[in-house]
Write a protein that binds this ligand. Structure first.
Ligand SMILES: Cc1cc2nc3c(=O)[nH]c(=O)nc-3n(C[C@H](O)[C@H](O)[C@H](O)COP(=O)(O)OP(=O)(O)OC[C@H]3O[C@@H](n4cnc5c(N)ncnc54)[C@H](O)[C@@H]3O)c2cc1C
Length: 415
């Protein structure tokens, strides 16, 4: 079941059933970008996009760091590496074309301990392999770029930038409507039945018939996938990323983006300092298992979601492998002092008084039955359905390129 606790779908007679050539489920940036690419490729196709929330971009897309990632981190040849570099360039063009605030402000990745040095070498090699500009900088130059940053050495990545992904989504929503796509917000897909001749979606607004379906359900992507691919073994684990914001009078501590050298065994980048497009500076996110798929605070608890995590053998293997990292993340969640200490490794002048809490985001991270955090973007296919199973960061940056790849896949399916 996709959302067991929610209301049943409305019943529809065949006569008044809506139908479309393609239905896209999910009004986050991946679903919207996919619908937009579909419109460009097949302008005459009828398309419906279904989103359970009353507004677009309510979940991951509306709760992220707003960074236009360069593509430096990802394994050469991975889908992430390929789509991030092309997707970033396309996203920048999209922002320019539709007048969405963005800035290519550059980023520094700072090595603050000896352990970081070989990892920085690996990042430099990956940058070269992925065609991303990155330059080793020493202390003096680091100080010029970010006068308050710590670090013995670092990498400067000039192509990284910032934007507002909610605005990108609202623009995509407007363009889609103008192109004749029907946006059904406030409508939840409750079941998907794939048949030989079509796909029937049950929704809270009645049944809909589609030739092809793409699901881009973020935190519910595994449940949506299991509707038509019941042997899908990956499960989404919701990892909350908590943020603080710098008090206004301390914003001058950060010029642009200051990141640590990430732990290569962990798919998250470590708490960092990010200038947002509105001028505020965000600090975070950490990564703690949320107690509900849409668990934005410690008080958001869904016993069904929690039981599903605990029943999953992958979770126990994950906990066994990452318990040390996990304890550190929980400690930083529960203790502001610990969070501040992690940030002081990047900017030593920061104090607890400089930070005020800011809303969290929840990452949809697919985990295998072997307890592996799936690093790359993953989608799976049946005859008439493409399910996006894993689209974590940098999927906002890469969304337009991911959309193109999905549309390529759809073109190989019969309508
Ligand atoms: C804390 C955090 C920081 C991040 N920072 C960055 C960053 O700086 N740069 C970057 O590129 N990426 C970043 N990311 C990753 C990026 O935000 C996500 O990869 C991206 O937003 C995924 O988009 P999506 O459309 O797949 O998912 P979502 O935005 O979560 O959208 C999925 C949508 O599907 C809808 N849905 C689910 N089930 C149903 C159903 N049954 N019926 C109808 N609708 C349904 C949901 O309501 C939701 O709106 C970050 C993510 C987080 C959480």
């Amino acid at each position: 079941m996709i959302h067991p606790e929610k209301q049943p779908s409305a019943t529809t007679t065949v006569a008044d059933m809506k139908s479309a050539d393609v239905v896209v489920v999910g009004g986050g940036i991946v679903g919207l970008a996919t619908a937009w690419k579909l419109v460009s490729r097949q302008p005459s196709a009828s398309i419906i996009l279904i989103e359970k929330e009353p507004v677009l971009a309510k979940h991951q897309t509306g709760h992220n760091s707003g960074v236009l990632h360069s593509g430096i981190y990802y394994k050469p040849g991975s889908v992430k590496a390929l789509t991030c570099t092309t997707g970033r360039a396309e996203m920048v063009r999209f922002c320019e074309t539709y007048d969405i605030e963005h800035e290519i402000c550059g980023k520094v990745i700072v090595a603050t301990q000896d352990l970081d040095l070989p990892r920085l070498d690996v990042l430099e090699e990956r940058a070269a392999a992925n065609g991303v500009k990155a330059r080793r900088i020493e202390r003096a130059e680091l100080r010029e770029l970010e006068p308050h940053a710590a670090g013995i050495t670092g990498l400067h990545v000039p192509e990284s930038g910032i934007t507002n992904y909610t605005k990108v989504c609202l623009t995509l929503g407007r363009l889609l409507t103008e192109a004749g796509v029907e946006l059904l917000t406030g409508t939840r897909v409750t079941a998907i039945d794939e048949r030989a001749d079509a796909v029937r979606l049950s929704t809270t607004a009645g049944d809909i018939q589609a030739g092809l379906v793409v699901t881009c359900g973020g935190l519910y992507s595994d449940r949506l996938a299991r509707e038509t691919a019941p042997d899908t073994t990956e499960r989404i684990m919701p990892f909350r990323g908590e943020y603080y914001e710098l008090a206004e009078h301390r914003r001058s501590l950060v010029n642009a983006l200051i990141y640590p050298v990430p732990d290569p065994d962990f798919p998250f980048l470590g708490v960092h300092l990010t200038r947002m497009i509105d001028g505020s500076i965000h600090a975070g996110p950490n990564a703690v298992l949320a107690l509900a798929r849409e668990g934005y605070t410690w008080g958001d608890i869904d016993l069904g979601d929690l039981a599903e995590v605990l029943r999953n053998p992958g979770w126990w293997k994950l906990a066994k492998n990452y318990w040390r990292t996990g304890i550190g993340e929980y400690y930083r969640s529960l203790s502001k002092a610990a969070f501040v200490k992690a940030l002081q490794r990047l900017v030593p002048e920061l104090t607890a008084d400089d930070l005020v809490p800011s809303p969290a985001g929840v990452r949809a991270q697919a985990v295998s039955t072997e307890g592996k955090l799936l690093d790359d973007f993953v989608w799976s296919e049946t005859a008439r359905v493409v399910n996006v199973l894993n689209a974590p960061s940098p999927a906002a940056t890469a969304s337009l390129a991911i959309g193109s790849q999905i549309v390529e896949r759809l073109a190989t399916h019969q309508g």
